[in-house]
Design a protein around this ligand. Structure first.
Ligand code: CP
Ligand code: NVA
Length: 316
């Protein structure tokens, strides 16, 4: 099989929010991700990053993002550099804008996992190489690109499917609303009062849904959100950086915002369950539901291929 000739249209762009891309763009990213997955599984090399370097800046912990980026860069023939903020001069106060300009002189691309979304925006503003958002307090677009790939693999389509997110109106809820709405899905989010998604993100997702024929609903009742859903999604009640709120959040979310058998009974028969991981069994999801849905690990696996597609296209 001849290697896929990738479009150059995305060369030099950043990957910060899914809404920076059209539905056709995301569709193409998913096609490239599927192609890279098939090639990798067939043992055929895909050297789209031959001779290229990616810096991977982490200000928060990670298992999946770190390992899938590092392995993915290697499989694409490039070299990844793990850059922990504990070791970088960022940790001692060097400004992001200086770090961006210096690293741009050494590298071909950057990924960053950080707290404030403004840090990614500033990094991208000052870097003259592509910047990929590996999670902020606001968004987690790489995860959702992998989620869309997984849903498409299992359900054969995206548009018209209903996806329910149960839990905190956090970075995952935001990116799922963005990606789902862009691709014509019906996205229903159930969150407790005070933990609803950001109003500006909801408005942007609603605008995307109006274009794509999808919809966005923000509800309080998890069973109402799950009703007739094809995909049930959840995430931790307390995200990284919210450790001090853990006890309070357990009180607010406990017993209600959980993916359990009762919630699954409200969803469509054969509904998928997805979780970005790490999962807290007995909190946002029961052990029984978690273990009954191995597609959660297909989802984790697809981080590798979705991100390989993003890097191959942006660093082309
Ligand atoms: N889902 C996800 O991003 O996992 P990590 O925090 O392990 O990278
Ligand atoms: N909402 C979680 C996602 C982890 C992948 C967090 O930000 O910690």
């Amino acid at each position: 099989m001849t290697a896929m000739q990738l479009k150059k249209d995305y060369a030099g762009r950043d990957f910060i929010s899914l809404l920076d891309y059209s539905a056709a763009d995301l569709q193409y990213f998913l096609e490239v991700a599927d192609y890279l997955k098939a090639e990798h599984k067939a043992g055929r090399p895909t050297p789209y990053l031959q001779g290229k370097t990616m810096g991977l800046i982490f200000e928060k912990s990670s298992t999946r993002t770190r390992v899938s980026f590092e392995a993915g860069i290697y499989y694409l023939g490039g070299q990844g550099l793990f850059l922990s903020s504990h070791d970088l001069q960022i940790g001692r106060g060097e400004p992001i804008k200086d770090t961006a300009r210096v690293l741009s002189r050494f590298l071909n691309g950057l990924m960053i996992r950080t707290f404030s979304h403004d840090i990614v925006l500033e990094l991208a503003q000052y870097a003259n190489i592509p910047v990929i958002n590996g999670l902020t307090d606001l968004l987690h677009p790489c995860q959702v690109l992998a989620d869309l790939q997984t849903i498409r693999e299992h359900k054969g389509k995206l548009a018209g499917l209903k996806m329910a997110f149960i839990g905190d109106g956090n970075n995952m809820a935001h990116s799922l609303m963005n990606g789902g709405a862009r691709m014509g899905m019906q996205v229903a989010v159930a969150c407790p009062e005070g933990y609803r998604p950001d109003a500006a993100v909801v408005a942007a997702a609603e605008a995307a849904a109006a274009e794509s024929g999808g919809s966005v609903q923000v509800l309080a009742d998890p069973l109402a959100a799950a009703a007739g859903a094809d995909v049930i999604y959840t995430d931790v009640w307390a995200s990284m950086g919210q450790e001090a709120e853990k006890a309070e959040r357990e009180k607010v979310f406990g017993g209600v915002y959980q993916v359990n058998d009762e919630l699954m009974a409200a969803a469509n028969p054969g509904a998928m369950v997805l979780h970005c991981l790490p999962a807290h069994r007995g909190e946002e999801i029961t052990e029984a539901v978690f273990e009954a849905h191995p597609e959660i690990f297909d989802e984790a696996e697809n981080r590798l291929y979705a991100q390989m597609a993003v890097m191959a296209l942006l660093l082309a």
